[in-house]
Write a protein that binds this ligand. Structure first.
Ligand SMILES: [Zn+2]
Ligand SMILES: [Zn+2]
Length: 258
């Protein structure tokens, strides 16, 4: 008799592909030039051969190659248990087998998979930090001073813009956002250059009748992987010269003072 393929598959599956004694994986990863290496061996708890390890003439011959009489081991532990049969009796090996198979089962099937504990990200706003009104900004430098290091922005713009105005206003808001992201920590010279470019855009907006207003609101950011921290958000409004005083409501939406 020999071990059937079915029995072999059951043994490897129930053992989790690991040695019952050291729990080492029995299929080693392939290298660039070699396939996987199988270092596991199917050990008989009671040998079927007279004089073999733990041979017992009373053990039913039909059971020798059965799943219950087989133990999955690495090469080292297979050699050890077959050399040291006084210490590794059949009953001790059965105990090792059952404990290992229970360990595999509990490890893989019973334990719910725990997601890494990451607290949900939460932003807290403070009433005192919400700007009641956005001061007018007339230079690129002043705007960059506010925008650099900001975590994000609350953009405000009218809903009555023509296509051309939308390109102008939208392009400006996006540019400030991009510069705020890119320039943080940059060389002074680059920041000055960006300030000049924003100057030119503010002049262009003014020629089309738009003014720029901005202020920073500090919020607390909690959760995620890091410690909680204060972050800045930029309120940035591009409004027609006629409605200059932009008032920010607590939900971050713009409200024009009538
Ligand atoms: Zn082992
Ligand atoms: Zn063996």
């Amino acid at each position: 008799m020999a071990i059937t393929d079915k029995t072999r598959k059951i043994l490897w599956a129930k053992s989790g592909g690991r040695c019952a004694m050291c729990q080492h994986a029995l299929v080693l990863a392939p290298t660039d030039s070699d396939d996987e290496s199988v270092v596991g061996e199917e050990c008989h708890i009671v040998s079927g051969a007279a004089g073999g390890p733990r041979f017992d003439p009373n053990f039913p011959k039909d059971d020798v190659d059965s799943f219950g009489n087989l133990l999955l081991l690495c090469r080292i532990h297979h050699k050890q248990v077959d050399d040291q049969t006084v210490a590794f009796t059949a009953s001790i090996l059965r105990d090792i087998k059952v404990k290992h198979e229970v360990w595999v089962h509990e490890t893989l099937e019973n334990k719910p998979r725990e997601a890494p504990k990451v607290a949900p990200v939460k932003r807290t706003r403070f009433k005192s930090e919400i700007p009641a009104q956005l001061p007018m900004v007339t230079s690129g430098k002043a705007l960059l001073d506010l925008a650099l290091g900001c975590f994000g922005q609350y953009p405000y713009f009218g809903d009555d813009l023509t296509d051309e105005e939308m390109d102008l206003v939208g392009g400006f808001i996006e540019a400030v956002q991009d510069w705020g992201d890119v320039l943080d920590g940059s060389e002074v010279v680059e920041i000055m250059r960006a300030g000049k470019a924003i100057d030119a855009m503010i002049v262009d907006l003014a020629e089309h009748g738009f003014l720029v207003f901005a202020a920073v609101e500090r919020q607390r950011l909690e959760g995620g992987v890091g410690p909680s921290q204060m972050i800045c958000l930029l309120h940035l409004s591009v409004a027609r010269g006629s409605d200059r005083s932009v008032v920010v409501k607590e939900d971050g939406n713009e409200m024009n003072r009538g």
